[in-house]
Design a protein around this ligand. Structure first.
Ligand SMILES: Nc1ncnc2c1ncn2[C@@H]1O[C@H](COP(=O)(O)OP(=O)(O)OP(=O)(O)O)[C@@H](O)[C@H]1O
Ligand SMILES: [Mg+2]
Length: 237
């Protein structure tokens, strides 16, 4: 009877009245686990994340969180249930300060969120130093920290990240992955899309290779890294 903490099961659907982009796509992650989605450009990775977050009407399939069917819930209602989502683009308010961005993240909370803000600053100390600066003046890596921090302000049980290391240097990427591991160790589940497939699969408990809206390969990160076909087709040999 124990199913994963989050499961997007056999999801089929697309945008509006357009053709289906996802074809029976299944993604799941357990508590405190890191699940990584990789695959070619246009494979539907971001679409699958949006489907899990409720930004897409599924024609078939279901999304369950903690055993509860949330398929019909709005994104905002899913946030209230414990989902945090950092989209691939436009994930910070550039004209607002770092601290204001974090405050925006807490919009659903009625309680005192200063403790959570202190935790975010502990995780990303540079954000504390720059808290009065407009987020638009930060480096790419620092902006991604703001975006992740903002999502953490809702105290999610599941953190969904769409290409958190896009456009950052290898050093900044390693650093960000270390922070993501740290978040997972607190019991938060991570569902993450990554372009840096090899490095991301190294830290993944579970990996998904998506191709044309379908699950092509699913295994532990380690097993996918060792699979000759996955290596040849998706990891550059
Ligand atoms: N808002 C949208 N409206 C209509 N079609 C869309 C929309 N967003 C994406 N698509 C289409 O859905 C398909 C999958 O796109 P998606 O962005 O999910 O791919 P991806 O795997 O995230 O790619 P990338 O690696 O480039 O981020 C593409 O054919 C794309 O053109
Ligand atoms: Mg994408």
């Amino acid at each position: 009877m124990s199913e994963p903490f989050l499961i997007g099961e056999a999801m089929t659907g697309g945008y509006g009245r357009g053709a289906d982009i996802l074809h029976g796509c299944t993604l799941s992650v357990d508590r405190g686990e890191i699940a990584v989605i990789v695959g070619p450009n246009g494979a539907g990775k971001s679409t699958a994340m949006k489907a899990v977050f409720g930004m897409l009407d599924l024609r078939e399939g279901a999304v369950r969180l903690g055993g509860e069917d949330i398929t019909a819930l709005s994104p905002q209602a899913r946030v209230a249930k414990g989902m945090g989502f950092v989209p691939q683009t436009s994930n910070v308010f550039t004209s607002m300060s770092v601290e204001e961005n974090l405050e925006m993240g807490a919009f659903l909370r009625r309680d005192d969120f200063r403790g959570t803000m202190a935790q975010v600053y502990d995780l990303f100390p540079v954000l504390k130093d720059k808290r009065r600066q407009p987020a638009g003046e930060l480096s790419g890596g620092q902006r991604q920290q703001v975006a992740v921090g903002r999502a953490l302000m809702t105290q999610p049980k599941l953190l969904m990240l769409d290409e958190p290391t896009a456009g950052v240097s290898p050093i900044v990427m390693d650093e960000l992955f270390d922070r993501i591991i740290e978040v997972a160790r607190t019991g938060i589940s991570i569902l993450m899309v990554e372009q840096n497939a090899r490095q991301a699969l190294e830290i993944a408990d579970k990996g998904y290779v998506l191709v044309q809206g379908r699950n092509a390969f699913t295994d532990t990160g380690k097993a996918l890294l060792a699979d000759p076909e996955v290596r040849r087709s998706f990891l550059g040999g």
